[in-house]
Ligand binder design. Sequence first.
Ligand SMILES: *[C@@H]1O[C@H](CO)[C@@H](O)[C@H](O)[C@H]1NC(C)=O
Ligand SMILES: *[C@@H]1O[C@H](CO)[C@@H](O)[C@H](O)[C@H]1NC(C)=O
Ligand SMILES: *[C@@H]1O[C@H](CO)[C@@H](O)[C@H](O)[C@H]1NC(C)=O
Ligand SMILES: *[C@@H]1O[C@H](CO)[C@@H](O)[C@H](O)[C@H]1NC(C)=O
Length: 434
Amino acid sequence: MVLRNAFTVAFAAAALVGSTAAQATGSREKLCPAETPCCGLYGDCGIGAFCLGGCDITMSHSFKACVPNPVCKSGTYKLDSLDDVQDIGKYLGDNSKINWQAQGTPKVYNDGLLLTMSEDSSGTLLASTFYVWYGKICAKMTTSQGRGVVTAFIMMSDVKDEIDFEFIGTDINHVQSNFYSQGVTDYTQTKNLTVSPETVSKPHEYCLDWKPEELTWSVDGSDMRTVKKSDTWNATANHFAYPQTPSRIMLSLWPAGKAGNAEGTVNWAGGAIDWHSPYMTSAGYYAAKVDQVTVECYDPPSGVKKTGNKSYKYTDKAATNDTVEISNDFVILGSLEDTGENPGDASKTKTSTSTSTNSAPQVPGGIIGGGGRQEPTAAPQSTGSSGSSGSSSSDAFDQGTSGKSAGVAVEPSLHKIGGSAIAIVVTVLGLLVL
Ligand SMILES: *[C@@H]1O[C@H](CO)[C@@H](O)[C@H](O)[C@H]1NC(C)=O
Ligand SMILES: *[C@@H]1O[C@H](CO)[C@@H](O)[C@H](O)[C@H]1NC(C)=O
Ligand SMILES: *[C@@H]1O[C@H](CO)[C@@H](O)[C@H](O)[C@H]1NC(C)=O
Ligand SMILES: *[C@@H]1O[C@H](CO)[C@@H](O)[C@H](O)[C@H]1NC(C)=O
């Protein structure tokens, strides 16, 4: 949730794809309108990519607006090239061809992918095109560091169940673990886990063992924290506040401490970003590096309604474990002008969207603040397109070397604690309710 909210802000400065006209937002009380039926990850309504990953059926115009979630794919994903990565502005839903969607600028470096964040960019987000509905998900990665710089490895469902590893750039000896249910911001569940010696200079393996009844965070093979579903009952909501819906894998580097972000977010992230810090690479950006992701899909729980094996599909807005069906429904959009309600003809997929006649927003993140929030934001700026700038050998990159010892990283005097959660809660509730 912290993450989602901050992404909202982060990607607010990203390219406006489509119209600059006022954009509708969706909520459970007020669904997205027919013209822009899909409620995307950040709460705003649109077409195209809005209807693919992150489309929230509880806030969209209809269940059909959101394309069903492709099922889990076990595998070892070696992220050593951009061959399996496609920019969010190009992906139309055919996950047999591509496993990762990118927003921002991932770059190939030393058998891994750098998630880069240059000055005034919104960072980089990689999301799996398939969903996991229970499984063991591991990422071998290093983090970035410095005030306001946050690296993350999370699971996020379309109805905002969430499981987090979040790395605050001022505390490279810990990772924050957290989980959320349906977007309810209960920060009391945050727990710091120790990473030895630190998260920056050498990769560690972070794993989430997500079972229907139990969730375990581990680092380098050591279990660090376990949460039992049975301990999460929320009587008000009348369900377990436990992540229980199909979720995408997300890896990201984002500027939580960017000027203009909510004060609570900035404080939580250790302060305002220094765009000239020694932690930036010689090529002039912050970077985290993901070497590999492994996924072991677990069998669906017994008792699940199964009418196929291609997608997860919600059958009810309660969006709990027993309202997900495994079906054969599968939708590939004809173009980014299409939606789940009107998917177009994928066999006649246009190679370019330059002929676009529909001015509705087609890629989430194209609206300031994700709807209804009052924060000052940076001027719109264009996102890097995935891979297009990643090949130059002048992008020399050194990480964790040249005298940057781990301990030096933390700047305690600027590291504020306390109070931050409230500010974030207020911001997020504003987003969800409006
Ligand atoms: C986790 O560590 C950070 C320092 O990095 C501290 O500000 C925060 O209060 C800690 N959180 C918990 C829940 O202990
Ligand atoms: C329980 O669920 C209700 C309704 O979704 C929510 O408002 C409340 O914050 C939740 N309580 C906790 C402790 O998460
Ligand atoms: C959903 O969760 C409930 C409560 O934990 C459990 O009893 C039930 O078996 C689950 N249903 C499915 C289909 O997993
Ligand atoms: C999905 O189901 C079809 C038909 O029942 C079957 O032929 C196919 O092997 C199944 N695919 C997987 C991945 O289980």
